[in-house]
Design a protein around this ligand. Structure first.
Ligand SMILES: Cc1ncc(COP(=O)(O)O)c(C=O)c1O
Length: 333
């Protein structure tokens, strides 16, 4: 297949069947990291940039500014380089050095905001920084993934549709939330096409998305220190919160058992699936969305010394739900 632009290479139809994850169920991960931007955020980038161009907000010679913990920044850097726009990515110290280097290689200016917001995270500070830059230079174009409807619409039109096209009956869909674009798009599609699917939103402990207390977080992508405007809790069936330590254990288990080098949020989502699987009816079809692979987490989640220092040596072991240990500490509603 021949493409004219790297950013058009969206791979939306690949699922990994995890045959040993939960023997009584059919568990699949939808792999979103197989495109040249390496994450699900390529679809959001294409959708928001094309929408801004259509609306005339983004015109030749413009500079785009956006807040990202890595994935969207890389996708935008790639697309905006090809289209000839300049790009400023506003990020924070949790970004992986590899993500930062990739963005720089693609010509983006990367600004790391290291002042914590009132919730102890960085999102509020990243947004305050963007607002300050825009007030100094109103010509900057902020796509704003946190509020932009093009961010969730693309997951209704593509991500969710690809799931129902591949699997005739999905009983449970597990989606991690950052901006909630993926989740909101999936909700829209599934409520119309497959209303019986139980939709489970997955967050990380320390994130405020489900209304819990803020706390320290180290893994970029999933979770927020500011409530995501695109997230509507009343539209989901269940919410599960996973401690980062268990996401780490689950990532390492996926690598060791399945040869799947998964990103942090895949570990978070898979951890929620493993925990919940114990109560699901036999024969259920369970799908989790895997936003990216492990490359950008090689120096953290897959580094024994980092894991031991941040989470303790017990996190080098299998996830508790697999090891048959005590129930995990997250909450479910
Ligand atoms: C790496 C990564 N990309 C994308 C997503 C999905 O984020 P959003 O809710 O912004 O669509 C997540 C959230 O789990 C993530 O961790």
């Amino acid at each position: 297949m021949i493409y004219e632009h790297a950013y058009e290479i969206v791979v939306d139809d690949v699922f990994l069947h995890l045959d040993r994850a939960s023997p009584r169920h059919d568990v699949y991960l939808k792999l979103e990291g197989l495109n040249p931007a390496g994450s699900i955020k390529l679809k959001s980038a294409v959708s928001m940039v094309e929408d801004a161009e259509r609306r005339g907000v983004l015109q030749p010679g413009a500079t785009v500014i956006e807040s990202s913990s890595g994935g969207l920044g890389i996708a935008l850097a790639m697309m905006l380089a090809d289209k000839g726009y300049r790009f400023i990515c506003v990020t924070d110290p949790n970004i992986s050095s590899l993500s930062r280097d990739i963005m720089s290689a693609l010509g983006a200016e990367v600004v790391e905001v290291d002042r914590r917001d009132t919730a102890g995270g960085y999102l509020g500070s990243r947004i305050a920084y963007i607002e300050q830059r825009i007030s100094a230079d109103p010509a900057l174009v902020w796509l704003n993934q946190y509020t932009n409807p093009a961010n969730w619409r693309v997951h209704d039109q593509y991500t969710a549709r690809a799931i129902t096209a591949e699997l005739s009956k999905v009983d449970y869909l597990f989606v991690g939330i950052g901006t909630s674009g993926t989740l909101t798009g999936c909700i829209n599609h599934f409520r119309e096409v497959s209303p019986d699917t139980t939709i489970v939103a997955v967050d990380t402990l320390g994130s405020v998305s489900f209304g819990h207390m803020p706390g320290p977080r180290h893994i970029p992508g999933v979770g927020a220190s500011k409530p995501p405007e695109l997230f509507h809790p009343e539209l989901v069936d269940e919410m599960i919160v996973v401690p980062e330590s268990d996401a780490v254990r689950t990532c390492r288990w996926l690598a060791a058992r399945y040869g799947l080098f998964a990103g942090g949020s895949t570990g978070t989502v898979m951890s929620a699936i493993l925990r919940r699987a114990q109560d699901l009816p036999a024969g259920s079809c369970v799908v989790g969305i895997s936003p990216d692979f492990g490359d950008r987490y090689a120096r953290t989640i897959y580094d024994d010394a980092w894991v031991t220092e941040v989470f303790g040596p017990e996190c080098l072991a299998e996830p508790l739900a697999v090891a048959g240990g005590p129930e995990l500490t997250g909450t479910r509603s």
